[in-house]
Design a protein around this ligand. Structure first.
Ligand code: FAD
Length: 535
């Protein structure tokens, strides 16, 4: 009897021990998946290891000018948000005013250096730097002037949307920007960014004028009427024509919206957009998310609309930061781990996220306890610094891609894209849909009204994973070409010159104009270096 009891106690002890170990392992995993980064930039093995080794020019003139330049870093390396582009540079200049830029250009010319221009480096293919170049870090160049009489602001190009929103709030709001707020104005102009305001369209459409420092240090104003050729080249010009100093940009009133969500089948999207969303001018902000859940992969779709409401006397509170960051980060990182995580993330987006939404503005009906949907001011949905996307996961990074597809081709494109993603075993974390209008800048991603499909993909950082991502990207670019679409250029350079030319038949003219405005090729980046000599 005693022996039996002993065996029983031993077994129970083992079971309790195993449960305790399992609990500790799960807790450790949850902490790992939800923890924020300890460093601002994660270290990954570079896609092109050669670019990491720097050799400095030997005949640099250490003159008075070099001492005038505010070096943030001499030598060393730089990387972008992909974490895969670690590149040795001559140095980084911390730009604070116009003379810093002018001195840097003179110094670069005297010493036969190339110059790259960087915002917060959320482009993902070295568009903001080049091996051996002198990089201008524009982030500290960020003054802002409000012109209330004309509903515009004039902002220096290093200002971020985050700072601009905090400064404009509560009375005014940005008219066109990305759907998140981390980016600089200069970086956004140079890719012609677009976001949630489906009526306004791209940032380019809201720019009145730009002041640009050209390679020879002179400053030109460019607008639709003054130097229009330069204006159309610099918008979406990837920093190749000059340094954007400041921009005069339209702003708008920070009106109140009622946020709404609707789940549909993706085949209903075009009709729903045309007949229920776009047909009502009060629906001012809009975007969609296609399902990344395995059971409804790219079939279910959540539509997010923000409809203008009149609520006189409502107090707009200060702008809040996005809540529940560790929980959001945990959800995204867990979704990378496989079927269960991906299912849970889509479930959470459908059913849990609505409850986390910050909507601290009370309508009269809510105040009276009658209940009503969430009210937010315009600045809020775009005031998202995506801290939950930053993580400590080892050997792991997330890559953005974007395809612009003529609106009528949405359903067949998504059907084929689903096949390509599955065949390539892609780990898709998010698939947003945005509305794009016909653009008219030179290197134009939308020669016709389109929908943008934005893919956020997880990958490992080893050579095989990079090869897989290169193949997937190339397949998707070919697919977008088949549907008369184009791909967005701020991302990884996993395409050939032929693919670039097919998407952007104007690329030869773009590179020819670059030579006209910058005959000595002072402004350079990795994109230009890779493709310009293949014309
Ligand atoms: C998570 C994530 C979300 C994104 N969401 C969106 C979105 O919703 N909509 C969208 O359109 N894009 C989106 N993007 C892409 C992003 O808009 C672009 O990469 C944008 O350029 C980022 O701004 P930046 O400050 O990081 O610019 P950088 O990456 O630093 O620079 C981009 C380009 O601009 C040039 N440049 C920078 N400053 C200047 C200047 N002052 N003068 C001249 N040239 C300059 C650089 O040389 C470079 O070629 C997203 C990217 C990521 C990673």
């Amino acid at each position: 009897m005693n022996k039996l009891k002993q065996i029983f106690i031993r077994k129970i002890t083992y079971v309790i021990l195993i449960i305790l170990i399992a609990i500790v392992v799960v807790i450790q995993r949850v902490i790992y998946l939800s923890e924020g980064p300890k460093l601002t930039q994660k270290a990954c093995p570079p896609l092109f290891p050669d670019s990491e080794d720097g050799s400095q020019p030997t005949n640099i003139k250490v003159d008075a000018l070099a001492r005038l330049i505010p070096w943030e870093q001499r030598g060393g390396s730089i990387d972008d948000a992909s974490c895969l582009d670690k590149t040795a540079v001559f140095g980084i200049v911390e730009v604070k005013n116009e003379s810093d830029i002018k001195n840097a250009l003179i110094f670069a010319k005297e010493n036969n250096l190339k110059v790259s221009i960087a915002g917060v480096k959320h482009s993902m293919g070295g568009q903001a730097f080049l091996k051996g170049a002198m990089v201008l870090n524009m982030v500290g160049f960020n003054k802002k002037i409000l012109n209330e009489a004309e509903n515009t602001m004039t902002v220096q190009s290093g200002a971020t949307w985050h700072d601009i929103q905090n400064w404009l709030h509560p009375k005014y709001a940005v008219k066109a920007m990305q759907s998140t707020d981390i980016f600089t104005v200069g970086g956004s102009i140079s890719v012609n960014a677009h976001g949630m305001d489906h009526q306004v369209g791209s940032l380019g459409k809201t720019i009145q004028s730009l002041r640009i420092m050209l390679p020879d240090g002179t400053i030109k104003t460019a607008s639709r009427t003054e130097n229009p050729e330069l204006f159309n080249l610099v918008i979406g010009g990837y920093g190749l024509f000059g340094v954007v100093l400041d921009a005069k940009i339209d702003i708008t009133e920070n009106v109140l919206y009622r946020s709404e969500r609707k789940v549909i089948n993706y085949t209903e999207f075009l009709d729903t957009y045309n007949n229920q969303i776009n047909s009502d001018p009060d629906n001012q902000l809009f975007y969609g998310h296609l399902s990344t859940g395995p059971q409804s992969f790219l079939k279910e779709m959540i539509l997010y609309t923000y409809k203008k409401v009149d609520e006189p006397g409502v107090q707009i509170p200060p702008l809040a930061e996005v809540s529940a960051i560790p929980l959001r980060r945990l959800m995204i990182n867990f979704s990378k781990q496989g079927y269960l995580g991906a299912t849970l993330k889509w479930f959470a987006e459908k059913y849990i996220e609505p409850k986390l939404e910050s909507c601290d503005i009370k309508s009269r009906a809510q105040a009276l306890g009658e209940g009503e949907a969430c009210l937010v001011s315009r600045n809020e949905p775009m005031h998202d610094s995506v801290k939950y996307l930053k993580n400590n996961l080892k050997n792991d990074t997330d890559i953005l891609q974007e395809y612009f597809i003529p609106r009528g081709q949405f359903v067949p494109f998504v059907d084929e894209m689903r096949k390509v993603l599955l065949a390539n075993h892609a780990n898709l974390l998010n698939a947003s849909v945005r509305v794009i209008h016909k653009e008219d800048n030179f290197l134009n991603y939308a020669p016709q009204d389109s929908f943008a499909i934005v893919l956020y993909l997880n990958q490992k950082t080893d050579a095989q994973a990079n090869q897989n991502m290169a193949k997937l990207t190339s397949d998707l670019i070919d697919l977008s070409n088949e549907y008369s679409g184009r791909f967005f250029l701020p991302y990884q350079l996993h395409y050939t010159f032929e693919q670039l030319k097919k998407s952007y038949p104007e690329i030869n003219g773009f590179f020819a104009d670059k030579k006209k405005y910058d005959p000595d090729g002072l402004f350079r980046n990795t994109f230009y270096e890779k493709y310009s000599n293949q014309i």
